[in-house]
Design a protein around this ligand. Structure first.
Ligand code: CTP
Ligand code: MG
Length: 216
């Protein structure tokens, strides 16, 4: 059963502002992307990366799209052999082998179409109307902050990524597209340490965490 890693790495990294695509920004001694690639390559039969315009292309390096979901779609299209696709953002360098394996196993078990890494939220979350008025406080016990990796039955993910351009642009993760076509998605509990590098402060934190991990 071919397990293929799909790494969207084609974003511009505007909020980080490193002057290069975020995936190439230096992080604890190597490009940010390399941390995720090393982990995924240890678990998957193959890893396909969606890269930013101007980056070298190849069988495992395809040109990304204008929006994240289009990048995922382009990378998945280059892996017709995939039976399970594990999507993981280049922006999350703290992913672990155990977490990827747990997501793959949860889908391989057959009950779910998708399994997503997620952590229970620790903040109180409120729904707020335009103007700032609080509408309601959500029950935190049922709220999870969703991360990547996200593993899917590849046929279901391909179908989900067939959504129109507007739906692809609006989607902030792949699981929501799978949910939208009726797919069954479950969570795999993950650590809040699996942060996404969005701004400079996240990069500093990621570097600290990676160095601390290396020192263990
Ligand atoms: N991504 C992608 N193709 C895009 C946009 C994003 O492959 N057209 C990838 C990014 O490279 C990143 C992941 O999707 O690994 C999550 O996106 P985000 O954190 O928003 O990264 P950027 O889009 O690069 O950052 P920004 O929004 O600040 O420009
Ligand atoms: Mg972005």
């Amino acid at each position: 059963m071919a397990v293929v890693g799909i790494v969207p790495a084609a974003g511009r990294g505007e909020r980080l502002g490193a002057g290069v695509p975020k995936a190439l920004a230096p992080c604890a001694g190597r490009p940010l992307l390399e941390w995720s690639l090393e982990v995924l390559e240890g678990v998957c039969d193959r890893v396909v990366v969606a890269v930013a315009p101007g980056e070298p292309l190849g069988p495992d390096r395809v040109r990304g799209g204008e929006v994240r979901s289009e990048s995922v779609r382009a990378a998945l299209a280059a892996a017709p052999e995939a039976r399970i696709a594990v999507v993981h953002d280049a922006a999350r360098p703290l992913v672990t082998r155990e977490l990827v394996e747990a997501c793959v196993a949860a889908v391989g078990g057959g009950g779910w179409d998708g399994a997503v890494a997620a952590a229970p939220v620790s903040d109180t979350v409120k729904e707020v109307a335009a103007g700032g008025r609080v509408e309601r406080t959500l029950d935190r016990r049922s709220l999870w902050a969703v991360q990547t990796p996200q593993a899917f039955r590849a046929d279901v993910l391909r179908r989900a990524l067939g959504a129109g351009a507007a739906a692809l642009a609006a989607a902030t993760d792949d699981a929501s597209l799978v949910e939208a076509i009726g797919g069954v998605v479950g969570v795999v509990e993950s650590s809040p340490e699996n942060i996404k590098v969005t701004r400079e402060i996240d990069l500093l934190l990621a570097e600290e965490l990676l160095r601390a991990r290396a020192a263990c």
